[in-house]
Design a protein around this ligand. Structure first.
Ligand SMILES: *Cc1c(COP(=O)(O)O)cnc(C)c1O
Length: 373
């Protein structure tokens, strides 16, 4: 949701004359890191996909490596692994939380596995203590895909503030906070932070803003590696600073709507998303339900009937192992992912946004009740 404050922030950047990565991007990084806790570095990028690519590169993932990735995710989580010449190993999800199933991950593990990418699906915060323990026991790097989170906590600790190698947020238009397009990497590891910063700007040892500020040697830079072009503009960062300040309110608004859905849908032949444990904070990015096999209507019929009433829904996600490329590319048995297949067969995401009124929620929930009761 974009308000007048975001519009004003963009105008002031336009008037400043500095449009690309500069003081605003730094201010956004510092504010983002401060919002998560002490000892955290934040690196602003132009998408979460770019952030995942940089994080994986900084972790040294390359040809010959395998990386554990849940099959229930957006394709970018796995694509970046291919961009580095490594191979994703798809893993099923837990039935209740729809996050990576560590027991299945243990069975899919090979000697080539060097990393795991847990996804905080729909904003549900993964059990990070369990993920980090699993990674430690098997010598894996951990990169969190937090594209659905801001803010979120697990066991009293912010997502983005754990001891994983990196955590990556998305500011795409539909995400919990947005800059239109954008993303953020957070890490406690200074080596990863430095590598990601350098590879974000062509692999140069100094970025344009740094050169601009050092009068006299602004032409001087060296090339340390063949880097990428993944920096976030000051225009986007200015929006991000305002959105970050609103992120708690936006999340509370979504939680209020989600709790109202949970109240009204619990007696129907469908599964609602799991609430977070009491010591944790759900980001409530999505409200994905699963229509039961024995419900009076199929998922496709529910989507069509809601659309006919002007209620837009979506499906998050058709699992990667069912997609043409990943099906052809990955190795797995036909019954390798029973929970993801079971979820997807009945999955649809109901509208969920911070400005939903009780009346909005009641209208959607009422329509679903009428169809499925
Ligand atoms: C949106 C999304 C991404 C990619 O985010 P971008 O900022 O659009 O690159 C990655 N992973 C998940 C789970 C997402 O939902």
């Amino acid at each position: 949701m974009i308000g007048e404050a975001e519009i004003e922030a963009v105008m002031s950047v336009l008037r400043s004359g500095w449009l690309t990565t500069g003081a605003k991007a730094r201010e956004f990084e510092q504010a983002f890191a401060a919002a998560l806790g002490d000892g955290i570095e934040a690196i602003a990028v132009n998408s979460a996909t770019a952030g995942l690519h940089l994080a994986a590169e900084a972790c040294g993932i390359g040809p010959g490596d395998e990386v554990l990735v849940p099959t229930l995710t957006f394709t970018a989580t796995a694509s970046v692994i291919r961009h580095l010449g490594a191979d994703p190993v798809l893993v099923d999800v837990d039935r209740a939380t729809r996050t990576i199933d560590l027991e299945h991950a243990a069975r899919r593990l090979t000697p080539r596995c060097t990393a795991i990418i847990p996804v905080h699906f729909g904003g549900f915060p993964c059990d990070m203590a369990a993920v980090l323990d699993f990674a430690r026991r098997h010598g894996l790097r951990v990169i969190e895909d937090a594209a659905h989170v801001m803010p979120g906590h697990r066991s009293g600790r912010a997502i983005g503030a754990w001891e994983s190698d990196a955590c990556v947020f998305s500011f795409y238009a539909t995400k919990p906070i947005t800059t239109g397009e954008g993303g953020m990497i957070t890490t406690r590891n200074p080596v990863i932070a430095a590598r990601a910063r350098m590879m974000r700007s062509h692999g140069l040892d100094r970025d344009a803003f740094d050169r601009f500020r050092k009068v006299g040697t602004s032409w001087a830079y060296d090339v340390a590696a063949p880097g990428f072009k993944y920096n976030l503009t000051d225009l986007a960062a200015a929006i991000g600073i305002v959105q970050l300040g609103r992120s708690d309110d936006l999340r509370s608004g979504r939680q209020r709507a989600a709790e109202r859905y949970l109240d009204q849908l619990s007696d129907l032949p469908l599964d609602c998303p799991a609430a977070a444990p009491s010591d944790s904070l759900h980001s409530w990015h999505l409200f994905p339900i699963r229509v039961h096999e024995d419900a009076p209507l199929t998922r496709d019929d529910v989507i069509a009937a809601l659309a006919a009433q002007g209620i837009g829904t979506s499906v998050h996600y058709r699992p990667l192992h069912q997609m043409a490329y990943w099906r052809r590319y990955s190795t797995f048995a036909p019954d390798e992912f029973p929970e993801s297949d079971r979820y997807f067969a009945g999955a649809l995401s109901l509208p969920l946004f911070a400005s939903m009124t009780d009346g909005d929620v009641d209208r959607v929930a009422g329509a679903v009740r009428k169809l499925l009761r």
